[in-house]
Design a binder for this molecule. Structure first.
Ligand code: ZN
Length: 470
């Protein structure tokens, strides 16, 4: 090798080394930023879920106090207790958002206006539409109690005014929710990635039958959720009107009072009470379609592992994914030295309160009863995988997504693909609208569907949140 060649070779090595060093600094900064935003997001979700557990326990304790007051035929106390439960279900989770924000700020998360923006718009809607009494279909937005909507709007406003360093991702606005491909983020991502396996498993019928935007059924305009719940970090409880003796046997009532209350109710009180059999009493139950499987049914993961039922006692939290959860999103700006630019690192984390239901030995009917009657059984919180708690499609703190759902979709359904500048989701709809794109997918599935691996669901294995950021 000649001298000149060696010199050039050495120079190249030096340049390469320099670049590696530069990149390392950069990678280090990005990783540190990621760790920070993860810590912030996780702490926020845990703080909110902890509050959810406390709220459910309080609602459960009031349920038991209600049993005792009902047995004593104390109508006034019964009414006061129900009122207190209604306030907790509606306003309590808003307080959970405040606590989540404290946790995020403690972890150095920045206040971002995009989190506040969505809620600010919604507060205006509560004041105008909810309080106005009816939605677009002329259906009413009944107040859970007199003055509730005003109190609720003010509570949210107060949290916003402190500045939001995390956004609530699982907000379920009463306006529109769920059950439509256009409201599923996975649908758009499948188009973007030409993930035909996703279509094969989830939407092959749609792919085969679709011809244009006019085929879409209208977006759901009204959720089935009862309006006792806060839309933010929904507890998924419901105020059930009926005779508690239609739901619980006297044995079950005694068991609940013994296990979660101060002891038994004297038998003669139970037998003589008028209020216990009164059909106008309101009791707080777990919303069955949200909680049913939590206590006495199968979750997807359980089915695969062949779990037996009814489940009694300690349930492995990672299998126990039903109920309520808090999903929070944090964003942190990270500086990239090498690229001389900044980028946002996004982290969404989900956490959920867990508990154990005490049960009569051998009396499985109590399990059925307890699966709906709220009792104070929540003892801890854990981080949970987002797809196990429905985080992905509910991400309300994702400003781009919410804007797409609320502003772009209604236009698209009337006029076809929208040219909304820079909206990722609108871009995918433009692709979806092209016949040759869909035909390509149909052909692919015909030839290669056999290579698709069925998604197992659950995902993540219980170790914290899944990042949905880019
Ligand atoms: Zn859009």
């Amino acid at each position: 090798m000649r001298r000149g060649q060696v010199a050039i070779y050495l120079l190249m090595v030096l340049v390469a080394l320099f670049l590696v060093a530069l990149l390392n600094v950069d990678v280090f900064d990005v990783v540190r930023g990621k760790n920070r935003v993860q810590n912030g997001g996780d702490a926020a979700a845990l703080a909110a879920a902890r509050k959810q557990g406390r709220l459910l326990n309080e609602i459960g304790k009031l349920n038991i106090a209600h049993l005792v007051a009902a047995a004593q035929d104390d109508a006034r106390t019964c009414e006061e207790l129900t009122m207190e439960q209604r306030r907790l279900a509606l306003l309590g989770p808003v307080e959970a958002l405040r606590l989540a924000n404290h946790a995020a700020k403690k972890n150095d998360m920045e206040v971002r206006d995009e989190f506040a923006e969505i809620l600010r718009e919604h507060v205006a809607e509560i004041r105008l539409v909810y309080s106005g009494g009816t939605n677009e279909e002329g259906e009413p937005y009944p107040e859970p109690y007199p003055g509730a909507w005003t109190e609720y709007a003010t509570a949210i406003e107060n949290v916003i005014s402190e500045g939001l360093a995390c956004g609530p991702d699982n907000v379920e606005f009463y306006g529109a929710q769920g059950g439509h491909y256009l409201l599923m983020k996975d649908f758009y991502h499948a188009i973007a990635g030409e993930n035909w396996c996703w279509f094969h498993w989830h939407a092959e019928g749609l792919l085969n039958s679709y011809s244009s935007y006019m085929d879409w059924s209208p977006l759901p305009t009204r959720s089935e959720n009862s309006m006792e719940n806060s839309e933010i970090f929904n507890l998924h409880v419901r105020a059930w009107k009926g005779a508690i003796t239609d739901l619980l046997s006297t044995n079950e009532i005694q068991h609940i009072c013994r296990t979660y209350g101060d002891g038994e109710i004297p038998q003669e009180q139970l037998a003589e009470s008028v209020i216990l059999t009164n059909r106008d009493q309101v009791w707080f139950l777990f919303e069955s379609e949200r909680w049913g499987r939590w206590f006495n049914g199968l979750s997807l993961a359980d089915e695969e592992d062949g779990y037996e039922f009814p489940i009694v006692g300690e349930i492995k939290p990672e299998y126990n994914v039903r109920g309520c959860a808090a999903i929070t999103r944090c964003i942190k700006e990270v500086e990239s030295v090498a690229l001389e630019s900044t980028s946002d690192v996004v982290w969404a984390a989900g956490a959920k309160p867990f508990g154990t239901v005490e049960n009569f030995e051998g009396e499985t009917d109590v399990v059925t009863a307890l699966s709906s009657f709220v009792v104070p059984c929540f003892t801890n919180v854990r981080l949970v995988p987002l797809d196990s708690v429905g985080g992905e499609d509910l991400s309300t703190a994702d400003y781009g997504w919410v804007t797409h759902i609320r502003k772009h979709l209604p236009y698209y359904l009337e006029h076809g693909p929208v040219n909304a500048q820079g909206c990722f989701y609108c871009l995918q709809l433009q692709t979806w609208e092209m016949k040759h794109f869909r035909d390509g997918g149909i052909r692919w599935i015909k030839n290669y569907a056999g290579t698709c691996v069925r998604p197992t669901g659950g995902g993540g294995g219980g170790h914290g949140g899944t990042s949905h950021g880019h």
